[in-house]
Design a binder for this molecule. Structure first.
Ligand SMILES: [Mn+2]
Length: 427
């Protein structure tokens, strides 16, 4: 299924007068504060969030999975699904592949399909947290950190193979999330695990093309419940510093211990120039992988306040970082959920862009705690939805992506095309 431009335009026309009234009000409101709404809209229009190939099917938990029907059966259909999202919001212009769940057998035809939908290939993700069929060595007790050099070698070679797939597609980064660790005290040596991992990562680093990066993602716990080799941003940064300038830290919002101050982590990584980018999701308890902004939108906003600051300091645009959604949802239509997540990201970005930074700086210098809080919350409590809608409309997308998705009966069309019992690969 493909969404045609005239369908988007027709739907927008029906909503346009209401949208214009709301936009005018927001523009005036911001204008009174000396903010040019159009500049904010332009920044929003330039912001692109990658969609991972594993988020297009209904997610599950270890207790079960309830597939929704019409899920993509192949990599081609996954690319088509991201094409639908991008047609609607014009902010999801790339796809991030997971190897081996989505191996591009014929790179050229996948590339031409993607470019016909205005999509690019984002970072490629390796997987040494599961054993694959016919795999010689098992990752049960680790991969890059394993005590047996044969297992480490196999895991290193897998990562190098993933780089090769990425090269064929025009990706520019390898993303590594290492689940290695231990479940019980005494099971492994912290120091040896670190050193083996470093040696393995160094071999992978040496295989990176010149214009590539490697993203080192951390996670506090799960699947290991006593220790994780790359458990936090400090460990990740330490690996990156030892590896070299092509290695940067990837922050996944769900990978922290409860109540961690993620915005402070972001500020520190950006200060050091070592933030690779983000995996967005939201959570209530652990790595819940819920829709972005569904539980803690204020935290997301505070993170974006630091991101905007960091980008300004570095003189970089939003295209200088890798933004991706990393979520898996059990009860929603995955495409609608992704539309909600992208919208939540853009809303937080818009709110962060309208923070009065001069006043904030002054309030900080005068230790005016009340005013500092008020400045942030004024921005957070401004209704920026008209700005986000306008940024999508400006790029040719829909003012109301989920409304149009439902209007066009996209899911039932996909079920007609693909069948009701299809299950996408992934978790
Ligand atoms: Mn992640």
């Amino acid at each position: 299924m493909k969404i045609e431009q005239y369908q988007i335009d027709q739907h927008n026309d029906s909503l346009l007068s209401r949208h214009n009234r709301q936009l005018l009000f927001t523009n005036e409101q911001l204008g009174e504060q000396g903010i040019h709404a159009q500049e904010v809209i332009n920044e929003l229009a330039a912001f692109q969030v990658a969609i991972p190939s594993w988020a297009l099917g209904t997610g599950g938990t270890r207790f079960g999975r309830f597939s929704g029907g019409g899920e993509p059966r192949s990599l081609e259909e996954k690319v088509e699904d991201v094409g639908l999202l991008h047609a609607l919001n014009r902010s999801s212009g790339s796809i991030s592949l997971h190897i081996p769940w989505d191996i591009p057998e014929q790179a050229n035809s996948i590339i031409s399909l993607a470019s016909s939908l205005n999509l690019k290939f984002d970072a490629v993700n390796s997987n040494t947290f599961q054993d694959q069929k016919n795999q010689e060595q098992s990752y049960k007790f680790g991969s890059l950190s394993h005590v047996d050099p044969k297992v480490r070698k196999q895991a290193v070679e897998h990562n190098i193979e993933v780089i090769k797939y990425g090269k064929d597609l025009g990706s520019k980064a390898l993303s590594i999330w290492l689940s290695d660790g231990s479940c019980f005290p005494g099971q492994s040596s912290f120091v040896k695990s670190f050193q083996y991992t470093l040696e393995s990562l160094q071999e992978i680093y040496a295989a990176l093309p010149d214009d590539w990066k490697v993203f080192v993602e951390y996670k506090a716990y799960e699947p290991n419940f006593y220790s994780t080799v790359i458990q936090d941003w400090g460990s990740s940064l330490l690996f990156c510093q030892k590896l070299g300038p092509k290695a940067d830290v990837l922050v996944d919002l769900g990978h922290h211990l409860p109540n961690a101050n993620i915005e402070q982590i972001v500020a520190t990584l950006m200060m050091e120039g070592r933030l690779a980018g983000f995996h967005f999701n939201d959570s209530k308890y652990g790595d819940d992988d819920l829709t972005v902004g569904s539980i803690r939108p204020y935290m997301l906003f505070l993170i974006f306040v630091e991101l905007v600051d960091g980008m300004k300091r570095a003189g970089k645009g939003s295209d200088g970082y890798a933004w991706m959604i990393d979520a898996s949802h059990n009860v929603k239509d995955p495409l609608e959920d992704l539309l909600q997540s992208v919208e939540a990201i853009l809303l937080a970005y818009a709110q962060a862009l309208i923070v009065d930074r001069k006043k904030l700086e002054q309030a900080r210098n005068e230790n005016d705690v009340v005013l500092a809080q008020q400045i942030l919350q004024n921005a957070f409590r401004t209704d920026v939805r008209p700005l986000v809608r306008e940024s999508m409309r400006m790029n040719g997308g829909s003012i109301d992506p989920i409304g149009l998705f439902r209007n066009l009966n996209v899911r039932s069309e996909l079920m007609n095309e693909r069948g009701k019992l299809t299950v996408a690969t992934g978790l």
